[in-house]
Design a protein around this ligand. Structure first.
Ligand code: SF4
Length: 504
């Protein structure tokens, strides 16, 4: 047994006391930690603030960061480094900026790419007192993804658990880094491995599970038609095998207890394929986040998402999901160069017409790893403006309370105008009469009231805390979220099924 202890930390500036979704990476890396290091100590700051005093000299602290929580991650890195611990950073942001994690986060080592298989080597080197500067995890094959350790999840604190079925996305949207970091070749996980985790979660009382996939529909009918035109049939066979594996997984999921509720992320193209949507419904997939992004053809072209539909055809396509029993959380982006004042109203109207159940309206932000970011960074010719002495192209390093909320310059509107109009669309979509109207998607009065509560919670968590610029409003919002979170949490809790068996 090794003497060093392993700590895994998910940083966050805001702690709600309860969280919506389990940070999957924490439980996967815990599973990847060899037994001789004992059970890792997990800290998720979306629940509670991390206290470094539990870390001793010689311990290993793994910190997973994305751009939004990188600065808080660096604070933690420095605090635990000062206590003599080995600091290892991983996650998408550390993969993109390993040097930053070293200089600002006091990282002894950085794990790039997927940590599933390389984590034990990093721990062994710390044990020997000589960690390497970089561990390249690369892109692990889907058949080798590690199932998470759900025995470590604290009871009663998360509404949804998260399980992954596929990594990678064949598209290339300009605002998204997934296809560049996870790759464009989908990596399907083995169905038995996915169902095994879900069964374990059901035994523990999780009924609501997010399939944390990059794109649940990785092969479109158009992809198949294009491949069929190639003289060499190899690509067509590969795509057919990928598609068959999706159906095989869904056939397994269909054998789960009937009250299981799964939610995934998918491109709108899936609605072209009724067989696929019906299989999703049978597989207990009751909802999906669909990246609508823009309701105009110009807007879609601007983000390299021409495969989406616009206008009335878009509303029809989104309705197909609902008509076949899969609710849609539509995701829209504001602040595209083609947006004008009228775009906000038009988007709100399409969102209502399309019969989507939930919606989120985000502002175009240049995140590292994306095409948009590269273009934006180049536009300053090496001399970006400074905010608090920090180049705007490193916006995540500006202290959270003073960080500007919108960075992409717009040709026709000020940042404030885009922000105010975006807030207006949130207000309209989540006005009580609108929510009540949408709550008809469930039958009983109790379920409709629950729907209202969940809608309000969603709005508090993602609109107010994300868009508000002053800290007083943000704190009020966090208090509201905490208050709403408690009753909502009870709605999501399921009855534990300790005797549930794997479907045959
Ligand atoms: S936004 Fe969605 S569809 Fe586009 S590249 Fe990213 S994951 Fe794929």
């Amino acid at each position: 047994m090794s003497l060093l202890r392993v700590h895994l930390i998910n940083p966050s500036d805001v702690s709600f006391g309860l969280a919506v979704i389990t940070p999957r990476w924490l439980f996967v890396l815990a599973a990847a930690t060899p037994e001789r290091f004992g059970t890792p100590v997990l800290a998720d700051e979306t629940l509670d603030r991390f206290d470094p005093s539990g870390v001793a000299a010689g311990d290993v602290v793994g910190i997973g960061i994305h751009t939004g929580n990188a600065l808080r991650g660096y604070e933690i890195g420095q605090a635990v480094h000062a206590r003599g611990a080995f600091v290892i950073f991983g996650g998408i942001h550390a993969t993109l900026f390993p040097e930053e994690a070293r200089t600002l986060g006091a990282a002894d080592a950085v794990v790039s790419g997927d940590g599933d298989l390389v984590w034990p080597a990093a721990l062994a080197d710390c044990e020997a007192g000589a960690p390497k500067a970089l561990y390249e995890g690369g892109r692990v094959e889907g058949t080798r993804f590690i199932p998470a350790r759900w025995d470590l999840v604290p009871p009663g604190r998360y509404m949804w658990a998260s399980v992954q079925t596929v990594r990678g996305c064949p598209k290339h949207c300009s605002f998204c880094s997934v296809w560049r970091t996870d790759g464009q070749e989908p990596r399907n996980r083995l169905p038995t491995s996915v169902t095994g985790e879900i069964v374990e979660l059901r035994r523990r009382g999780f009924r609501f599970i997010i399939l944390a996939d990059d794109n649940f529909y990785p092969v479109s009918l158009q992809d198949l038609a294009q491949a069929a035109r190639l003289p060499d049939p190899t690509r067509l066979r590969e795509l057919q095998a990928l598609r068959a594996a999706r159906f095989e997984l869904m056939a397994d999921l269909a054998k789960l207890p009937a009250d299981t509720v799964l939610f995934t992320q998918i491109t709108m193209e899936a609605a072209e394929d009724p067989e696929f949507i019906d299989a999703m419904h049978a597989a207990r997939i009751r909802g999906a986040l669909v990246g609508v992004e823009s309701v105009t053809p110009e807007g879609l072209k601007a983000v390299y998402k021409n495969f989406n539909l616009s206008g009335d055809a878009l509303a029809d396509r989104l309705r197909t999901f609902r008509d076949r029993g899969v609710h849609v959380l539509g995701s829209f982006i504001f602040g595209l160069p083609t947006d004008r004042a009228g775009t906000f109203e038009a988007t709100a109207a399409v969102a209502e017409r399309a019969g989507i159940t939930f919606a989120q309206f985000v502002m175009l932000t240049p995140f590292p790893g994306t095409i948009d970011f590269d273009k934006w960074e180049k536009s300053f010719n090496g001399a970006p403006p400074l905010v608090e002495g920090i180049p705007i192209t490193r916006h995540w390093l500006i202290p959270a309370a003073r960080r500007p909320k919108f960075y992409m310059p717009h040709p026709a509107m000020t940042s404030d105008e885009v922000r105010m109009r975006t807030q207006g669309v949130w207000d309209r979509f989540y006005a009580l009469p609108q929510i009540w109207k949408r709550s008809r998607c469930v039958s009983s009065l109790k379920a409709r009231l629950a729907f209202v509560l969940v809608s309000k919670l969603y709005r508090q968590m993602y609109a107010n805390t994300g868009l508000s610029t002053d800290s007083a409003r943000r704190s009020t919002s966090v208090r509201w979220t905490r208050w709403l979170g408690r009753p909502c949490h009870r709605l999501f809790a399921g009855r534990p099924m300790p005797d549930l068996q794997m479907p045959s």
